[in-house]
Design a protein around this ligand. Structure first.
Ligand code: PG9
Length: 649
């Protein structure tokens, strides 16, 4: 034994350990091919495209995503390493597609990351007059699909498109002139109308954190890092001034994309020409389309539902135009969906949607032997009763044209919310008054408000369900609250604000929130509430929680025309009408309904100076003035919100 041991020379210790050469065993064989191509478009510009083909694929459909967010790294594996199995290589949202054997393709949009060509931010269509490049996401999708069906030998010639937000925008653009091989589309929280209610503005109020997005996205082909001040953006932004000042302080004035934004604060021809819901409305409905958006989408709350509604009249047989609204924050659909804020759902709602709705939908329309998926025309989550509703159409209730007409609740004297219209002799309290001071705007969420880089944090994602008690005692927030409900109430559809309000100024923002107020209780949280599995444990007791169901802001200067702003007549009660985001919720007996009104949501929305200036981006410090705001509640000037009340199932 000893001699055999001695026959092996020991490795000398104390010398250089770096080898002269080193060869690793071949890595385990992958179960897919990864092909990277520079795909030529009709004008010769080449787009960076990554094609994943599962080994053994034959006669398989393609699922296609076009992205401004880096096709190369649109996957779970990092750096240059690629996983052995396709299911590990691609992201969570692709798992069911991999299981079903699809070919998966990602492509950088023109001008971003690995793609050549000019970059325009969410480019307007070529025929809009606002895009002189000769290409847009309609022509590029067409050219790309054409290339894919001719150059990927494993395909059956059918393509489905999917993607969220900006990627959702590219799906909608593809629908404006769909390639015949595009057989199904799933626009997830698509950016559709940047002025009315998606990323850039809501009813004309500018969403200030987007300045950082502009810098990152249009500062270079590969995003440039965005510098933000440390700490609370509420305080930081306030110290700087207008949104225009803020942008200048960050260098955004060098960027044409930002300059264009600043020069088009109103809903002028530039915005109208790219409002995709209006363009969709004019299009024949030829591609089965499943729209998706979160009920609490803090970025693109407008696009999917308005596009769905635009196409509904064309869907005569109710088998082409579908919508899902889940209990989700923006793009949560591609992540786990167990809960939101203080609420926990009955399961992983996003996985359910991907497995039970999206994959069968694609299978039906793309697979050779596609079986009917029986996709529900409307798949929407009741956030109160905690289950999916499958409906034939949506909204179930609205002011006009829905199965059930919505009902008004009146903002009344003494902070009351009433189902009865104010009586003729409404008494002494003709209005509820507050003072809005632009020097102390109402925060949109609990401070500190972290920067856009951190928007991906919980604070940004969940602000739409934040407990409004954090502001309800402010003197510039007024609340109107109902008696406790004596029986459960179900809301299913569109609330519409009808405010009669006056301001002592000449311009003003109006923020309206419809809130579910939980009863006070000293018991432990009911089951299903109080935890947010896998993210952060919330020690919430829902006692007294003021849970917003629908929140939005309206910039007063657009009261009579979105295109031509107009100064408000000081102290005159004026009517403001605007739709709020959709609600699907059963509210239990004992809860109360509350409507809150205020004049700012800062620093998400730039401050209205409250004195009329031609362009709020250029407002000067002296333009910002305090104003006395009145919400009127007389019989002639009644303020109310119509609620989409439907029978409780
Ligand atoms: N909401 C993001 C966005 C879309 C379109 C334009 C600008 C921003 C997004 O998540 O992609």
């Amino acid at each position: 034994g000893l001699s055999a041991f001695a026959a092996h020379a020991q490795t000398p210790i104390g010398y250089d350990t770096l080898p002269k050469s080193f060869t690793q065993p071949a890595s385990p064989a992958k179960d897919y091919d990864r092909r990277v191509v520079m795909m030529p478009m009709h004008d010769g510009v080449k787009l960076y495209t990554v094609i994943y083909v599962p080994h053994g694929a034959k006669n398989m459909p393609i699922i296609f995503t076009r992205t401004p967010y880096d096709a190369e790294h649109h996957r779970r594996s990092k750096g240059d390493d690629h996983a052995q199995h396709l299911i590990d290589e691609l992201s969570l949202a692709d798992e069911d597609f991999v299981r079903a054997g699809y070919i998966r393709v990602y492509q950088d949009v023109r001008g971003k990351w690995g793609s050549e060509g000019a970059y325009l931010m969410t480019p307007p269509p070529v025929d809009s007059g606002f895009n002189k490049t000769g290409a847009d996401d309609t022509t590029d999708a067409y050219d790309a699909i054409d290339w894919l069906v001719k150059n990927v030998p494993e395909t059956n010639g059918r393509v489905g498109m999917i993607g969220s937000s900006y990627e959702g925008f590219t799906v909608v653009m593809a629908l404006l002139k769909p390639h015949p091989a595009l057989r199904a589309a799933v626009p997830e929280s698509p950016m559709v109308d940047g002025w009315m209610g998606d990323d850039w503005y809501h009813y004309g109020a500018f969403r200030q954190p987007n300045i950082d997005y502009f810098i990152g996205q249009t500062g270079g082909r590969v995003p440039v890092p965005v510098h933000t001040l440390p700490g609370d953006q509420y305080a930081n932004d306030l110290a700087i001034g207008s949104a225009g000042d803020l942008a200048r302080s960050k260098g955004a004035d060098q960027l044409d994309a930002w300059k264009i934004m600043k020069e088009h604060p109103a809903y002028d021809a530039f915005w109208k020409a790219q409002a995709l819901d209006h363009l969709i409305e004019k299009m024949p409905l030829t591609v089965p389309t499943l729209w998706e958006q979160g009920l609490y989408d803090q970025e693109d709350m407008w696009g999917a539902i308005h596009s769905y509604r635009a196409w509904e009249p064309k869907d005569k047989a109710n088998n082409m135009n579908f919508i899902t609204m889940g209990p989700w924050f923006h793009s949560q659909v591609n992540r786990p969906g167990f809960g939101l804020g203080p609420m926990t759902w009955s399961g992983d709602t996003t996985a359910e949607w991907r497995r039970d709705i999206v994959t069968p939908f694609f299978n039906e329309h793309l697979q050779n032997d596609g079986k009917p998926a029986h996709t529900p025309p409307v798949f929407i989550y009741d956030t109160g009763a905690n289950h999916w509703d499958r409906l034939e159409s949506f909204p179930t209730s609205c002011e006009q044209g829905c199965a059930i007409a919505s009902k008004p609740v009146y903002l009344a004297a003494g902070g009351k919310l009433s189902f009865n219209a104010p009586a003729k002799a409404a008494g002494e309290m003709r209005f509820t008054e507050y003072v809005s001071d632009p020097a102390k705007p109402v925060p949109y969420r609990e401070r500190p408000v972290l920067d856009r880089e951190n928007q991906d944090g919980i604070g940004w994602r969940e602000w739409l369900v934040g407990d409004q008690r954090f502001v309800d005692s402010r003197t510039d927030v007024v609340s109107f609250v109902s008696e406790p409900l004596t029986e459960p109430m179900k809301l299913s559809g569109e609330p519409v604000v009808h405010l009669v309000a006056s301001t002592s100024g000449t311009d003003s923002d109006w923020v309206v929130k419809v809130i579910d107020v939980y009863p006070d209780t000293d018991v432990e949280p009911a089951s299903g509430e109080g935890a947010y599995p896998g993210v952060v444990p919330h020690p919430y007791n829902m006692s007294g929680y003021e849970l917003p169901m629908a929140t939005d802001i309206f910039r007063g200067r657009y009261r009579t025309s979105f295109e031509k702003p107009e100064a408000l007549k000081p102290n005159a009660p004026l009517a403001y009408t605007f739709g709020l985001p959709m609600i699907e919720r059963t509210i239990p007996a004992g809860h109360r309904i509350m409507v809150q009104v205020q004049s700012s949501l800062y620093p998400l929305y730039d401050r209205n100076p409250q004195s009329f200036v031609p362009n709020i981006f250029n407002a000067k410090p002296a333009d910002y003035t305090k104003a006395t705001q009145r919400i009127w509640h007389t019989s002639g000037d009644a303020s109310y919100v119509t609620l989409p009340i439907v029978p409780v199932q």
